[in-house]
Design a binder for this molecule. Structure first.
Ligand code: GDP
Ligand code: IMO
Ligand code: MG
Length: 429
């Protein structure tokens, strides 16, 4: 069964988009399973930069079916803009399909996102303010409106009447302006008309593709430690970015998943609030931010930067059943004399090598570092492991050894061609 799940192994922005584009050329189907337009997946190829938020990055390959899975929450306006933008850049795209079970994000979700952040005060999460949390809350509370209902006018009217009456009472409670039914219904009916042709029961399509031994790539968004259950709660997103989410968010069972690749940067970044033990508030952190242009695709916020944390990667390997790691942005560390890697944490007088489940305990850990020789030169020109400086190779070996997870692919630049496939056997299982 040639199936592959791609997940972020850290806190997001690991370059999943680039990897999905690279491997998407081999896939029959690419299906994204979590999140919404809080994600920003960048693909650079042929001198063009594509920024995907809802559309699977695999769509750039004309023969591919690109599916927005049932685990996603979809902002219709955002999706239509993204589709128009992408079509302007490239005419021959893959076939887009949207799960009828994916949920719709409405303006009241964005309004509530802002109000909830305000209510959290000092403990605010630093969300992307796209209404993602409130949209998933509605799904769990059975107040969500699914794409399949949204594109049927009578059903949409009935559901929006029910839900908006409740949402307006909530908005009033916050002292916020409310939303008018007719205006909202008219505007969103226009989006529904445009999206209707794409909406189908994609779960059956994915199941049939898996049964037919087609190459199916499950595209993750966000990262393992932003997972609602396995991440640094409450500083997480509201979905399941871990590999298990690929089942929940597409309609297949666990035995349909063959290979799982965890994408990680050669260092660590995080956007938004929450503990980050290896964070660098010094000139090296700034060096990484500047050289790596570590500014968010969605919000433009400067990303917090720090050393690679192997405690994080070891845990990610277990949580996702990783077959292999994809180490990206190795080129960014070039020029640093000595690089550090966290191998364990000092915590309450002892040493631990896992992330405490309670985030307030996690905030107290102090990383224990291994220092290694850095490397220099322009790595973007390297096309095989042997082209890499010896100390960079040692760095990769150390990651493998400590995480007990093989390095399957190394990325040394943003372009499609700046990719070194080390273990092709690990890609499709
Ligand atoms: P995603 O959310 O995981 O898809 O990652 P993002 O697209 O948000 O962020 C990754 C950024 O790194 C993008 O701007 C990519 O173009 C860029 N990128 C990807 N791989 C590499 C690499 O190996 N080296 C460098 N320097 N940049 C890379
Ligand atoms: P990709 O797919 C990095 C973070 C936000 C915030 C937290 C909750 O591009 O890797 P949300 O808006 O989801 O309620 O915000 O999660 N976050 C991301 N950080 N990359 C992402 O996606 C993210 N999606 C959400 O910054 O801390
Ligand atoms: Mg991103």
């Amino acid at each position: 069964m040639p199936t592959l799940v791609v997940v972020g192994a850290q806190w997001g922005d690991e370059a999943k988009g680039k990897l999905v584009d690279v491997l998407g050329s081999q896939a029959d189907m690419v299906v994204r399973f979590a999140g919404g337009n809080n994600a920003g997946h960048t693909v650079i190829t042929g001198g063009k930069t594509y920024k995907f938020q809802l559309i699977p990055a695999g769509i750039l390959h004309p023969g591919t079916v690109a599916i927005i899975g049932s685990g996603m929450v979809v902002c219709p306006k955002g999706l239509l803009e993204e589709l128009a933008r992408t079509l302007e850049q490239k005419k021959d795209l893959g076939t887009l399909q949207i799960s009828s079970a994916a949920h719709v994000v409405f303006p009241y979700h964005r309004m509530l996102d802002a109000l909830e952040e305000e209510a959290r005060g000092e403990n605010k999460i630093g969300t992307t303010s796209r209404g993602i949390g409130p949209a998933y809350q509605d799904k769990v509370a059975r107040f969500g409106i699914r794409m399949g209902e949204f594109v049927q006018p009578e059903l949409f009217k009935m559901r929006l009447k029910e839900v908006l009456a409740y949402k307006n009472r909530l908005l009033q409670m916050f002292g916020s302006p409310t939303l008018e039914f007719d205006a909202l219904f008219d505007e969103y009916s226009g989006y529904a008309d445009q999206l209707r042709p794409y909406v189908v029961d994609t779960e059956v399509m994915v199941q049939e593709a898996v049964e037919a031994n087609k190459k199916v790539l499950f595209e993750g968004a966000q990262g393992t430690f932003l997972d609602l259950d396995s991440g640094t709660y409450p500083y997480v997103t509201s979905s399941h970015p871990v590999s298990g989410g690929a089942c929940l968010g597409t309609g297949v069972g666990p035995r349909a998943l063959q290979s799982v690749l965890g994408v990680c940067k050669a260092y660590t970044t995080r956007v938004g609030s929450g503990p980050f033990p290896t964070e660098l508030d010094d000139e090296i952190g700034q060096f990484i931010r500047d050289k790596g242009q570590e500014y968010g695709t969605v919000t433009g916020r400067g990303r917090r930067c720090g050393w690679l944390d192997l405690v994080v990667l070891k845990q990610a390997s277990r949580l996702n059943s990783l077959s292999g790691l994809v180490v990206t942005r190795l080129d960014v560390l070039s020029g640093i004399e000595k690089v550090k890697i966290a191998t364990s944490y000092d915590y309450e007088g002892g040493q631990i090598d896992h992330i405490p489940a309670n985030v307030w305990d996690f905030a107290k850990v102090k990383p224990h570092y291994e220092e290694m020789e850095g490397w220099d030169g322009d790595l973007q020109k390297c096309r095989s492991l042997s082209d890499l400086p010896e100390s960079a190779r040692r760095y990769l070996d150390y990651i493998e050894e400590q995480t007990k997870t093989p390095v399957a692919i190394v990325s040394i630049g943003p372009d499609r061609k700046e990719t070194i496939v080390v273990r092709p056997d690990l890609i499709w299982g």
